[in-house]
Design a protein around this ligand. Structure first.
Ligand SMILES: [Zn+2]
Length: 361
């Protein structure tokens, strides 16, 4: 059987098992393609959903091909979220197949296409899918998720709304942090050079001149001339740092560093950014807030701006009634071991009112 035939068969078979259950006696399953979307669903749904992320840490969604297990996950989930605007270029067939069977499937960024000219395009009029790079854009995605969950599970709609509002309020603070941090970079150094064109929304939102070696998708290779042009740009503008991405090979970025060096300009690799995938699950950078904080803080430091030690994340946490080291570490997205080490704790005992130092960036 070809993979396409298998797909159709699997989707049809599995869907009959999972459709239409009415009120949810136990948590329903929500599948999301990229981690940034899975994170929104977790924040909004709380205990009501079991969230399955498809594309993991360090993996490039532009090139990602769904496995048989992914097809099963998507077909058996009660609701599916993906980014859209061609981010998940090779998952289109299976997403369409799942949607055709009547399952609720939402493209969180395509839902904002009709909001004026928010969605960006390149010169060839391809939509730019990297909306999460502008925190305001991602707040729009939260709105899509909350409406979708409320429709799936109306009984808990008020709770979803309240959780979404609390999350959006946190994202507003993150947005303000990003604006202030990037704004502290000396103006002529507000230039972000990365492996591929994932940062245009960030550039527009926070005032960075953004240049990627590869285009909006990592599918097209960068040419020698693209690299040469960027080297000239780095040398002419005396840009101090360029950045690699966790989900894209670093060979082109290293070629820029070498090229600039050959022309007498030392440019350093300013750090590794999370462009299209978040960090390791269970860590701060494995959350959307941690990912953006990491990117903003890393870029700002490398380009000569000012950020507080620890970045956006609160560096202190006061222990509340009912807290355990495990519950604190889960809610903040850091490991128990890191929490214990940062606070010199020999065992798991903590007391209400105690201030813990939170190691983040
Ligand atoms: Zn990308």
């Amino acid at each position: 059987m070809t993979i396409d035939k298998w797909l159709t068969w699997a989707v049809a078979g599995l869907l009959t098992l999972s459709l239409a259950q009415g009120a949810w006696a136990k948590p329903y399953t929500a599948a999301a393609t990229v981690g940034m979307i899975a994170d929104i669903v977790r924040e909004v749904a709380g205990d009501h959903a079991k969230v399955e992320g498809i594309i993991g840490e360090g993996v490039d969604p532009h090139l990602y091909k769904p496995t048989r297990n992914d097809v099963i996950t998507l077909s058996t989930a009660d609701i599916v979220f993906y980014n859209g605007l061609m981010l998940e270029g090779k998952m289109g067939d299976v997403l369409v197949a799942v949607a055709r069977k009547g399952k609720p499937v939402y493209a969180v960024t395509e839902a904002i296409l009709d909001q004026g000219d928010y969605v960006m395009t390149d010169e060839a009029q391809h939509y730019d899918p990297h909306v999460w790079m502008d925190v305001q854009g991602w707040i729009k995605a939260v709105a899509v998720v909350v409406d979708a969950l409320a429709e799936l599970d109306p009984e808990h709609a008020d709770e979803y709304q309240a959780r979404a509002e609390a999350y959006a309020a946190e994202l507003q603070k993150l947005d303000a942090y990003a604006r202030e941090a990037i704004g502290s970079i000396p103006e002529r150094q507000r230039v972000l050079v990365t492996a591929h064109d994932a940062f245009n929304y960030m550039g527009r939102a926070y005032g960075l001149d953004v240049r990627g070696i590869q285009g909006l998708s990592t599918e097209s290779e960068a040419g020698v001339k693209d690299i040469e042009d960027l080297v000239s740009f780095l040398v002419e503008h005396q840009i101090p740092a360029v950045f690699v991405e966790t989900s894209v090979a670093d060979k082109n970025v290293r070629a820029l560093v070498e090229g600039a060096k050959a022309r007498g300009h030392d440019v350093v690799i300013g750090g590794e950014l999370f462009s299209d995938a978040m960090g390791k699950p269970g860590t701060y950078e494995g959350t959307y807030i941690g990912m953006v904080d990491h990117n903003v803080t890393t870029i700002t430091r490398a380009l000569g701006g000012q950020v507080p030690q620890g970045g956006f994340g609160p560096s202190d946490y006061v222990v509340k009634t009912g807290d355990t080291l495990t519950s604190i570490s889960n809610s903040l997205g850091i490991t128990v071991a890191a929490l214990k080490e940062a606070n010199d704790l020999d065992d798991d005992r903590i007391s209400v009112g105690q201030t813990l130092h939170i190691p983040r960036l």
